[in-house]
Design a protein around this ligand. Sequence first.
Ligand code: SAH
Length: 453
Amino acid sequence: MRLDDARALLIGGGQVAANKLRLLLGRCHDIAVLGAISDPEITQAVASGRVTHLGDAIELESVRTLLPQMRLVFAATDEFDLNREIAALARAAGVAICVVDDQEPSTFITPAIIDRTPVQIAISTNGAAPVLARRLRTQIEALLPDGLSRLARFMQAQRSWIKKTQPDTLIRRRAWENFVDGRGAEQALRGEEGAARKSLEDALNAVPRQGEVWLVGAGPGDPDLLTLAALRLMSNADSVLYDQLIPPAIMDRVRRDAERVFVGKKRSHHILPQDNINEELIRRAKAGERVLRLKGGDPFIFGRGGEEMEALVDAGVTVRVIPGITAASGCGAASGIPLTHRDCAQSCIFVTGHARADGTLNLDWPSLAKKGQTLAIYMGLSPMADLCAQLQAHGLPADWPAAVIEHGTRADQRVHVATLGTLPALVAERGVVSPALTLVGEVVNHRREIHQF
Ligand code: SAH
């Protein structure tokens, strides 16, 4: 809220009021205090002429007449009901009101502030835990470099010439990012303005004119399982193409200004065919964008990331691939089922249950229906009955262990343990929904109850 041309009214004269006065001093054009003053800080502010004392008595009628001149009011008396009455008046008059330690009638709250003008960081717990907010402030303060104000002022001073030199917003932003991540920022922090300016010019000239595509594995769904590289690229992207495997908790970590394009495919209901996705990626990269292609799990495991990479590289686009935790690893860890085990599983096969156009599965059943190994079946939910039947037809017993991990690693994860004979009925009965991963093999018997990460 702009205050340098505003009048503020502080009602109350004790220590609680003094805390709020400190926020206003030096920020607010004109400050008035109403109420008997007991706090020495307020006494001093009045004596020095920085604050006007309007009198000891707090009459609601006089508050009402004062309100139209005020932009904001703090009700900081030690009487709960009086504060609320003041709040009601202020609200009726359309004036911003903060009742100290009483959020319900307030129209604004005061956060803990880190002030390194022009950089300001406000920390709020929405009134729930002011002590926590102050503790966080201390922790964040400790992370901030000393010359932060100086750096921000330097950057501000460069804006007009850089805008004239380079009209393209994308290129300017990229140059700024390189500057902030690099030597230039260090120089500006130390106040070496000439050197910093040179670094900024270099950064501006070094920006590549072409965009890139980043094929990034987002893991199985829990944002804690993102890699540092994924997070870094997520916060730098100009646009993001994503599908239904990416939950909102992960999308929340993508740069807020990045354009979001949903290219999701639901089975047998293609929203955007693969060719169109490839074309879109190529078009955007050629227009200079840094495009984040966010894919569930690992981009190179059943995600058609390979096809996208081929199309992009063949079209001359720069591609980076960031691996992710694939569903099998994530689901194994989150359900307490190891994927291999010295006693019973010397190998683990990742296999897709995605049916061909005619609805049948085309898998090498004799090699899958073996003991001594684990099957991790992706996209195996709808062909579940066929899968379990084929594995038995090719030699695995009906009581062979099998499990389905539904929404693995997510808050609503469910684990369904059964056998090849009973799994299809269990999955139907429990209404299991996608995404779900099927694990087949004796490793399922080694499952233990473990704690989530
Ligand atoms: N590239 C992804 C797989 C894409 S195929 C990866 O590496 O994980 C989509 C299939 O992955 C789904 O049908 C499901 O079988 C599996 N899958 C993805 N995320 C999952 C999750 N959180 N829990 C269970 N299975 C998941």
